[in-house]
Design a protein around this ligand. Structure first.
Ligand code: PMP
Length: 426
């Protein structure tokens, strides 16, 4: 309702102006890349399950068995959604960050990891924490082909020939650009390396099929895939996962525990996904993810991708009419992307700009470095600064931006939200 969204005084970034009319929120949350609103279907499924909530695994009661079924069925729904192969495992985690840390903990000793500096911190940082793993950071490529060539060269130079892992994002959380996942996977495999796909931004917007992309693992988060917070997935090759020590030690991960005669304790760990799911699992989280996977599959990827592309085209066309706007991109303005787009506005401090979009137009975007500091600095051509948490220091008005503004949306975003955003920027 435009009358409700007429410009209000700027109240500052911490004030969420409650733009509500007749009980209906008209605030346009265009920050899907951070967290997307959960689908009504997901809330409905969770509400339908709520009265039957029970403990999972080993509970003898009827409700326990029902919950256990829901949890394990969620695993097979996710497995179908991801096109898992017979030797793949689906592990429920807390998030993409958790999934990638789990994989980092499970790497064989001496693994060499190859990662582009352009990654989100969740896929950039977990590997260095292993003292017995070495990490090669690859420079930001300027074309998809350059990404493949850079990786090829780095892998070809790898000595000695031991376990290796490539970690790559499917779609950038900053530029929204799609990375050449299939080609990178082929390059990795040609050099005897494995590859993990950070699909946090790809999975909500495009089908992710492990077999078809030929990637070894994939990680994503429920809260970006139209499910609530708190659950994520790591799916892929069982061998490294099941050879590794459990991510957490505790009940659920252990099959048998016994005192030894010398006084110590012997443990037999599960050789299934449960090995890395110690403790009481987040059943609602897993169930919500499965519900979102079903909803997306039923809506149909062709429909979702086509609809989202309309929104992307409309935002890009709108921003192109504003000469002060510079859209950030590694691969060029016409590179295919998901509904994620970052930009700076000449003469504007990005934080103030984002605050004004919220306070004056009821539009929620994000400003900062988006937990991808090296990438954003490359895109802005700025020197390293002392940032706050996933943020950046503010440039004085008129100075070159030290951070950017990000708008992100999904197939369900109403046209009006996107139109209002473009109008507000203009
Ligand atoms: N990878 C990418 C590409 C992301 O965009 C994000 C979230 N911004 C993450 C990983 C981390 O996801 P989470 O915060 O859910 O762990």
């Amino acid at each position: 309702d435009r009358s409700v969204c007429a410009p209000l005084p700027v109240l500052g970034r911490d004030v969420l102006v409650p733009l509500v009319t007749g009980g209906e929120a008209v605030y346009a949350a265009l920050d899907y890349a951070a967290s997307a609103p959960a689908l009504q279907r997901v809330w409905d499924d969770v509400a339908a399950y709520a009265p039957y909530y029970g403990s999972v695994h080993r509970g003898a009661g009827y409700l326990s068995q029902l919950s256990t079924d829901l949890f394990e069925n969620a695993r097979s729904t996710v497995s179908d959604f991801l096109g898992c192969r017979t030797d793949d495992q689906v592990v429920f985690t807390r998030s993409t960050t958790d999934s990638l840390n789990l994989l980092a903990a499970a790497l064989p000793q001496g693994t060499r990891v190859f990662v582009f500096e352009t990654e989100h911190h969740a896929s950039l940082l977990p590997w260095e924490r292993r003292a017995d793993v070495s990490v090669t950071y690859l420079n930001a490529p300027r074309t998809p082909q350059q990404a493949v060539d850079t990786l090829e060269q780095a892998l070809a130079a790898r000595e000695p020939y031991g376990p290796a892992l490539v970690c790559v994002t499917g779609a950038s959380n900053v530029t929204g650009e799609l990375w050449p996942v299939r080609e990178l996977a082929a390059a990795a495999h040609a050099h005897g390396a494995r590859i993990v796909l950070d699909a946090a931004q790809l999975a909500p917007h495009h089908p992710v099929d492990l077999a078809e992309l030929d990637v070894d693992w994939v990680a994503f988060s429920g809260h970006k895939l139209y499910a609530p917070f708190g659950a994520g997935v790591l799916a892929g090759r069982a061998d490294w996962l099941l050879a590794a020590e459990p991510y957490l030690a505790g009940g659920g991960a252990s099959r048998k525990v016994a005192r030894r005669t010398d006084g110590g304790v012997d443990v037999e760990w599960h050789d299934s996904a449960a090995r890395h799911e110690a403790g009481s699992p987040n059943v609602i989280g897993a169930y919500s993810i499965a519900s979102a996977c079903k909803a997306l599959t039923e809506a149909g990827w062709d429909t979702l991708v086509t609809r989202e592309q309309e929104l992307i085209d409309s935002v890009r066309a709108g921003l192109a009419e504003v000469p002060e706007v510079r859209v950030l991109s590694l691969f060029g303005d016409d590179a295919p992307r998901v509904g994620v787009l970052s930009f700076v506005v000449e003469g504007w401090n990005s934080s103030h700009f984002a605050a004004a979009l919220s306070a004056e137009y009821g539009i929620g975007v994000r400003d900062g470095l988006f937990c991808a500091h090296p990438l954003v600095r490359t895109l802005l051509g700025s020197e390293p600064q002392e940032p706050g948490e996933c943020g950046a220091p503010e440039a004085a008005p008129g100075e070159r931006s030290l951070n950017a503004i990000r708008v992100s949306f999904g197939a369900g975003t109403p046209d009006e939200h996107v139109e209002r955003f473009v109008r507000a920027v203009k």
